[in-house]
Write a protein that binds this ligand. Structure first.
Ligand SMILES: C[S@@+](CC[C@H](N)C(=O)[O-])C[C@H]1O[C@@H](n2cnc3c(N)ncnc32)[C@H](O)[C@@H]1O
Length: 309
């Protein structure tokens, strides 16, 4: 399931951590958030950070600033091994990537969304252990921030480390138990870098259903260059990078199935690189494609920005 190297399926290891959750969960002080209020009630304790410059907000959320009263409300992080299993990175490296992507989302919303982010409802689809969602806490009311994942353990970690946002379990295929037009913004980091073509089409229709008219969709997918790495990562497979690269250049959906453990079956999950031409042909039935970001310092996937038609 994680991004750069193949690892053995990790279910058992994660269960091990979860069974000893209280002791192993936190690299920093093991703090209880009890008594700090629950989401949706009272004042947003993150409002005071809305004018903080980006670098300071990054340092605060990623735990570079220690031993301050702020630490009591900043979400905590699971052990490095869990972090790596989901994105191939951990610690400050994973937060740098998450923060760059968060900035891409807020910039895109600023440019392409007609409403303000402060009043918006946002969904992190495939939120993993919650490294990205936490950066939005200063921008909007936490009760309007949602994260979902189809792996129970991820939702459990999110709920234990971040009491502010709303987390719920989804299935590998739609629908979500969400009313039509509920969200203003949906983003998914490194989910459409893995799903099959069939799952991709079904989820795009579902996102279209649950977004408001004019709502923003921001997804990432593998880059062309990654196709060569697939052969190296899965040497025992029959994957043929040359054919896949040719397909990509012809605008075809490139997907190598392998499964990701848990409910991420082989028919659903693998490595996926979706070319721009495909997106412009297929996604435009439902979304106007307004940006296609191919460069990032930390974000090593292409980022597609769409507006619901
Ligand atoms: C590579 S991880 C990325 C996690 C997270 N977006 C991040 O960047 O830290 C992909 C995540 O997508 C989740 N996922 C895959 N299919 C999903 C689905 N149908 N619904 C919700 N989450 C899904 C996986 O369980 C996994 O947590």
């Amino acid at each position: 399931m994680q991004d750069t190297e193949r690892k053995p399926k990790i279910q058992n290891r994660i269960f091990h951590y979860l069974s000893d959750f209280g002791r192993l969960l936190f690299g920093r002080n093991s703090i209880s958030n009890e008594g700090l209020g629950s989401h949706g009630e009272g004042m947003n304790p993150f409002r005071k950070y809305s004018s903080l410059d980006n670098e300071k907000w990054f340092e605060l959320v990623s735990g570079l600033i220690h031993e301050t009263s702020d630490e009591k409300i900043i979400p905590l992080s699971p052990p490095d091994e869990i972090q790596k299993n989901f994105t191939g990175r951990s610690g400050i490296d994973t937060f740098r990537q998450a923060f760059e992507f968060y900035q891409m989302v807020t910039r895109s919303v600023g440019v392409y969304y007609s409403g303000g982010i402060e009043e918006a409802k946002i969904l992190d689809f495939g939120c993993g252990w919650g490294r990205i969602i936490r950066f939005f806490l200063r921008d909007m009311d936490p009760s309007n921030i949602y994260g979902c994942d189809c792996v129970d353990d991820m939702i459990e970690i999110c709920k234990k480390t971040n009491q502010w946002c709303n987390f719920f379990k989804s299935n590998t295929y739609p629908p979500l138990n969400i009313e039509p037009g509920y969200f203003d913004i949906i983003y998914a980091y490194s989910v459409f870098s893995h799903v099959s073509e069939d799952a991709q089409k079904k989820w795009l229709s579902e996102f279209h259903r649950i977004l408001k008219p004019g709502g923003i969709l921001i997804l990432t997918t593998r880059r062309f260059d990654f196709i060569d790495q697939i052969e190296a990562i899965y040497p025992e497979s029959q994957f043929d990078a040359n054919t896949a690269k040719q397909d990509y250049l012809e605008g075809k959906y490139v997907h190598f199935s392998y499964g990701g453990g848990y409910s991420l079956e082989e028919s659903y999950w693998g490595e996926t690189a979706i070319p721009r031409e495909y997106i412009e042909n297929v996604w435009t039935n439902l979304f106007s494609i307004v940006d296609f970001i191919e460069t990032g310092k930390e974000v090593d996937q292409n980022v597609i920005v769409g507006v619901k038609k």
